[in-house]
Design a protein around this ligand. Structure first.
Ligand code: ACO
Length: 378
């Protein structure tokens, strides 16, 4: 790339150095701190993986225990946050509610020196309170009182409990935990890049995370998982798939849940999520939307495969979440609950060797123009 060459969307432009995660988009490889994602989904838990991402190594048993205990201890939110959530419009999107809540936490926890205690307190607080605030908004928008966290349940089971009021089947809670691992981190994606820019200004970590939440909400990024479910419903049957896809492509529209800036093969996370969806359907009954999704993948492999467009992480995740009883507009907040781990890892990494992000631009406007007084403008 020539010096100063403009690359739309910064494609291929390294924005940072990082040792948090690695992606090979041609081979379909994703590793967290060098460990393949499949190893982590098979053996780890979301909180252990979060620790790995944030602190750079798998925790010793005592460190994991302290981390989990600290997160459990932060589950409750201040009554003023609860009052704030009560004042939100019930029809507002939960991602907007979450972004507001995360920024709101900054009012209570002012920025401090980056010492290990501050970092530990901040990361455990945020990992813990995001699920509570998502579930709280969901209950309160229905006119219910929030369901208090259950300290006997682990991180994932407790979130499902706060959403539904029922203690989940441990097998389902484990599936949900695996989904959180799969969504926890993914190099310098759009929301992480937004977070890096904010972190580099030394903004408080709550503002910084709120920036990332807002960025994740977009349809081309984390918002695609909700859009996929809407598309599956709109298509309605396997027979309608081909004509739907052909029509969209003829109009130069995007098929949601397909394509990725980095992956030119099927996203390894989509492979695991599809396997999870199949396991779920085997136990709890097949879903016609799954058959529609499989047919979309087949038709798109034929029509878009030559361009390197295959299912991404958002393609099968909604089917899994729907089967777990998670409402559709909470799919992206669930993504945020998981991605908080990666965001916090990048926040910490950025501040360990910080330089303000301040890129340049290629100016394409006029110069040396005269100010025309209002009366002369016609
Ligand atoms: N459906 C149809 N065509 C597509 C799709 C798609 N989903 N994705 C890319 N293309 C086509 C484009 O039309 C373009 O075709 P052309 O060269 O003939 O004009 C070509 O592929 C390249 O497209 P770009 O927009 O340059 O690719 P980019 O790397 O910017 O796009 C993106 C990546 C934004 C994710 C895109 O694939 C997309 O819009 N996908 C749908 C939304 C989605 O699923 N987002 C979630 C991504 S994963 C995540 O963020 C968690």
């Amino acid at each position: 790339m020539a010096d100063g060459e403009y690359k739309p969307g910064l494609e291929g432009v390294p924005a940072t150095r990082s040792n948090i995660s690695f992606v090979d988009g041609q081979a379909g490889i994703l590793e967290y701190r060098g460990i393949p994602i499949q190893e982590l989904t098979a053996h780890s838990t979301f909180l252990e993986t979060a620790y790995l991402l944030i602190f750079g190594e798998l925790p010793k048993q005592s460190d994991l225990h302290s981390f989990e205990q600290a997160i459990r201890g932060h589950r409750r939110v201040k009554y003023r946050i609860r009052d704030m959530i009560k004042s939100f419009p019930e029809s507002g999107h939960p991602m907007d509610a979450l972004q507001t809540c995360v920024a709101g936490l900054g009012l209570f926890y002012p920025l401090q020196e980056m010492d290990p205690n501050y970092v530990f307190g901040t990361v455990t607080r945020l990992l813990s309170k995001l699920p509570t605030m998502v579930a709280m908004f969901h209950q309160m928008r229905q006119g219910n009182d929030p369901i208090p966290p259950d300290d006997s349940l682990d991180h994932s089971a407790n979130f499902l409990y706060m959403l539904s009021g029922k203690k989940p089947d441990p097998w389902l809670a484990r599936i949900f935990d695996t989904c959180l691992i799969l969504h926890a981190e993914h190099t310098v994606n759009a929301s992480t890049f937004a977070l890096l820019v904010s972190a580099s200004t030394l903004a408080n970590p709550y503002s910084t995370l709120a920036t990332a939440v807002g960025t994740l909400s977009g349809l081309l990024h984390g918002g695609a998982n909700q859009e996929v479910m809407m598309m599956l419903r709109q298509i309605g049957s396997v027979e309608n798939v081909r004509s739907f896809i052909e029509d969209k492509l003829a109009k130069k529209q995007r098929i949601m849940g397909l394509g990725h800036r980095v992956y030119k093969v099927k996203d390894p996370r989509a492979i695991t999520l599809q396997r999870i969806a199949e396991e779920l359907f085997e136990r709890y009954g097949r879903d016609k939307y799954y058959d529609i999704a499989v047919e979309i993948e087949r038709v798109c492999e034929e029509l878009l495969g030559p361009k390197g467009i295959y299912p991404n992480v958002d393609f099968y995740s909604g089917l899994v979440y729907a089967k777990l009883g998670i409402p559709e507009d909470l799919f992206t907040p669930v993504f945020a609950i998981a991605r908080a781990a990666g965001w916090l890892a990048h926040w910490r990494e950025q501040l360990s060797d910080n330089r303000l992000f301040r890129p340049t631009q290629v100016y394409t406007g006029e110069r040396h123009q005269r100010y025309i007084p209002l009366a002369e403008r016609g």
